[in-house]
Design a binder for this molecule. Sequence first.
Ligand code: ZN
Length: 312
Amino acid sequence: MSGKVKIPTWADFPPDFPPFFLDPAGCVLSVKEIGKNTYALVSSIMNVDNAGFVVGEKGVLVIDAHISVPMARQILQRVREVTDKPILYLVNSNYHADHTFGNCAFPAETLIVQHRETAARVPFHQEARDFLFRCTGSDPHIWDDVTLRLPDIVFADHLTIDLGGGMVVELHFFGAANTPGDTITYVPHAKAAWTGNMTGGGTFGLAIETDAPTFMGTLSRFIHALDAETLVPAHSPLSGPETLWSGINYYAQVTGAVNKALGAGWSLEETLARTPLGQEFAFSPTDDRLKLQQARHRYNVRRTYLSLTGRI
Ligand SMILES: [Zn+2]
């Protein structure tokens, strides 16, 4: 993706779209070993960010910095409970505030690693604050001590980082999905992958800045390139690769439905009305997340319709 960088605002969402729940108040990160020297940091609150770290002979690589300085300090504490080796690298899965605002709390010697599309958007600090503030709950001072920290290493397609002692971490960009720079952090010997916002929120991710065929292509490249058995999504419980297949099926359905609508000459409103969320992708009707899931689906259909008609 290239061209002028534009950060989404709430004006790009339908007025009834519910804010994402990212309030870290009371959140405890617990360490879950998912392979040799490979640890997921699992949030105690549903939807609030997970993170993780990998330990090699030379030092540590952390995946995602969380939403605030206290949450980043919690990550550092959890690392210190496992190892006293230096934190050499911090990878941001995407540019959103809940993945990058903790960057400033990491030691000065830690190298921040980002995909180039993430690096292009991180400087829009105020826009990121404006976008996520309504998702952060009750604390008006959540970002008082956050400062912008830019990357030290920027990559394009993939990057291999050798932490020593046979601990190798691969960073992959398979294309845009939830954001233009979604990064997969893969640990081959553990067959584990941090997927950021690409999977999760239940059965499918949200195509905030892309569309259904783009998201589907990215997931397809991911599933064919990596042998990941454990996925650590940023906003939902750990899963297996079945969530990638589920995402591909979902986005194939949306792509097909919107193409059919365009072939039939339906308006956007008609398309939205005639393209309900498939039962296999919905939570149960009694689950309060169903409303959010339906709102995400409508957003994905709308975004795809507008994209395929060249309006965005
Ligand atoms: Zn996120």
